[in-house]
Design a protein around this ligand. Structure first.
Ligand code: GLC
Length: 640
């Protein structure tokens, strides 16, 4: 009796022994990826397979549940930093705990942890915040993009995250879209060049290196081509709407960047919320299967967007079946992961989703996890932690800011500024003192933030105060109020007013009027009368309607969303560097001109845009602007 009991105990121990203790074929990095996939897949139960297809927001699941459900992916959605401990160490501790939990399952398959590091690892306080893609588009510099992506990857792996929901491959066609700034440009060729450069930078020399991260070209396909007024979201206008174009246009304008991404090593692709051909993209089997997998040969994994499955059909069970059969492999179910698992399990048991389809999806996911080396290095790369927010990284970001600025107008010798002159300078606008407005959405929070004390960086007023010499009397007033001197109206040689959009993301940024705020219009009007030279700096996620203000200003600079390194702006304002930025989007004179018919844009008269794609002055070429500025002067309504 005792012998049998002992044998039974021994058997139990062997079965329960953590798989890590043994070296099974799938755990052997010397085997081919396909051999490892086949071996591991053969060992998995249906529950383990469906768990592997499940991606959950960290706020909805604790590590113990990751073990219990054998979850394959965890993410930090916008603002998903470790609460109360938004530090490198805090992130590494949080992410490592999920990895430990996953490695405690019988098969010890590491989770893949994802984040939206779309302009640096900007959810992490103290990380370098790079210009958003619209500003990067203005640089026209693919090598810079690759350098930025390399740094972003380094700052991510330091926190244990090896999966980036970037780059965005959108080709925004209507700048009233709230995600325009996430796109590099309206121009497909430029988006293709720069997004591929980003992907290459993120994935490094080898995807399995511990400083490489998995890129996720998104959102497949046509996210930037939705028609105004088709958003299915109550607060939206275009976002997640209908890409109402024929297939030839969809391919030429929106699909082309994916061809290059796949040719250059894309191994995960995120699907768009939008619709095409009468179907939600998450149920578009023609585009996901026939085109993406069949025609383009993509054999990585396809990941859904945030809770997007539920929109594919009125009934959730039907939606899950349609989406999985259409080709979705990894399902971002940020909240009700148990409901998804139950629903998909039922669909397999009743034959609506075949085991073959499940095995294909799981194989796609495992293939990429093996390619990433995730089984070999699942935890935070502590060697990279000293690099986060480093001066070297910030210098690259400062250079990116310099190259992103677009000079729209410079008259009356307003620029370059003279650091040593004896002069009075008025600075106005809350945007001059806000890292939040400099950075825009996807910075610490999903929607960004508006106080400048929440991450590290240099505001524009800090940069200006550092750059002007002792002979300059500089006065800053967010509201543009300056005390009269000796009874006479306040007056300054130079006025610098920083205006801009409050931070936003996704559908909350959709805009019908692209109007400057009345606050900003008032600041410009108010300062105009007090200064000899008026310089306007615009912080925005897209071109906005500024024709009147353009005429009031001597100098107008589009600075987009420059991020943490505000000194990159003053580097150029003081002439240390010339302006090199070129418009990545056509600038409308008024919203009545939208959506642009890019193939038939008038080049003269008030029906012409305010500025064309590619426009941008330098100190040497300011006079080249004459025709566009004359047009602005004749077509714009007078200041009110
Ligand atoms: C969002 C966005 C997507 C992002 C995802 C995770 O809704 O559409 O770009 O990667 O959710 O944060």
């Amino acid at each position: 009796m005792k012998v049998r009991l002992f044998t039974l105990l021994l058997l139990l121990l062997l079965v329960q022994a953590p798989a890590r203790a043994q070296t099974l074929p799938y755990q052997n990095p010397d085997l081919s990826v396909e051999e490892r996939v086949a071996d591991l897949l053969g060992r998995m139960s249906l529950a383990e397979k469906i768990g592997q297809m499940t991606l959950v927001e960290k706020g909805s699941i604790d590590p113990a549940a990751v073990t219990r459900y054998a979850i394959g992916g965890v993410l930090s959605g916008g603002g998903g930093y470790p609460s109360g401990n938004n530090t490198v160490e805090g992130w590494a501790e949080m992410v490592n705990a999920y990895e430990e939990a996953a490695l405690s399952t019988p098969l010890a398959i590491p989770v893949i942890y994802g984040v939206d590091a779309v302009h640096g690892h900007a959810a992490l306080a103290g990380a370098v915040v790079f210009p958003h893609n619209i500003g990067i588009g203005a640089t026209r510099n693919p090598q810079l993009v690759t350098d930025i992506a390399r740094i972003t990857a380094q700052e991510m792996v330091a926190t244990g995250i090896y999966w980036n929901y970037a780059p965005v491959l959108a080709v925004p066609q209507d700048i009233r879209w709230g995600r325009t700034y996430e796109g590099y440009s309206e121009n497909t060729a430029l988006v293709t060049e720069l997004s591929t450069a980003a992907l290459v930078g993120l994935q490094g020399e080898k995807l399995s290196d511990a400083t490489s991260v998995l890129a996720t070209p998104k959102h497949f396909v046509g996210d930037g081509g939705t028609a105004f007024g088709t958003s299915p979201v109550p607060e939206g206008l275009l976002d997640r709407g209908v890409t109402d174009v024929d297939e030839a246009t969809l391919r030429a304008v929106h699909l082309a960047p994916y061809v290059s991404a796949i040719q250059n090593g894309a191994r995960s692709i995120m699907v768009s919320f939008s619709s095409w051909g009468g179907k939600r993209m998450h149920g578009q089997s023609y585009l996901l299967q026939d085109v993406l997998r069949g025609e383009l040969g993509f054999d990585g994994f396809i990941v859904s967007d945030w809770e997007a499955l539920k929109d594919v059909a009125p009934n959730y069970a039907d939606a899950v079946v349609l989406a999985i059969n259409a080709g979705i492999d990894m399902n971002m179910v940020p909240y009700d992961y148990a409901g998804f698992i139950t629903t998909l399990t039922a669909a397999v048991n009743n034959g609506e989703v075949t085991m073959e389809r499940i095995d294909e999806a799981v194989s796609n996911i495992l293939r990429v996890k093996f390619e990433m080396g995730l089984f070999e290095h699942p935890f935070a790369n502590t060697d990279a932690q000293a690099l986060v927010g480093s001066e070297a990284h910030r210098e690259v970001a400062r250079d990116a800011v310099r190259q992103s600025l677009v000079l729209l107008k410079n008259e009356n010798n307003a620029l370059p500024l003279d650091a040593n002159a004896s002069q009075t300078v008025f600075v106005a606008g809350p945007a001059a003192d806000s890292l939040g407005m400099q950075s825009g959405g996807w910075t610490l929070e999903w929607q960004g933030f508006n106080q400048n004390n929440r991450t590290e960086g240099t505001t524009l007023i800090e940069a200006l105060e550092a750059a002007f010499g002792e002979n300059t009397e500089i006065k800053y007033s967010a509201r543009g109020r300056y005390a009269a001197v000796n009874g006479s109206e306040a007056h300054a040689d130079i006025g610098i007013v920083v205006v801009g959009e409050d931070p936003y993301a996704e559908y909350l940024g959709d805009s019908a009027d692209l109007a400057l705020s009345t606050r900003d219009i008032g600041l410009i009007n108010n300062l105009r009368d007090k200064v000899d030279k008026l310089i306007v700096i615009l912080l925005s996620g897209r071109p906005v309607i500024v024709d009147t203000q353009l005429n009031q200003a001597d100098t107008f600079v589009a600075a987009w969303l420059p991020g943490s390194e505000g000194a990159g702006v003053t580097d150029v304002l003081f002439g240390g560097y010339d302006f090199v930025g070129k418009l990545p989007y056509t600038w409308p004179r008024n919203v009545g001109q939208l959506p642009f018919d890019f193939a038939h844009l008038p080049a003269e008269g008030c029906d012409a845009p305010l500025f064309p794609f590619g426009y941008g002055l330098s100190y040497a070429s300011a006079e080249a602007a004459a025709s566009w500025l004359e047009l602005a002067a004749t077509c714009a309504p007078a200041a009110s």
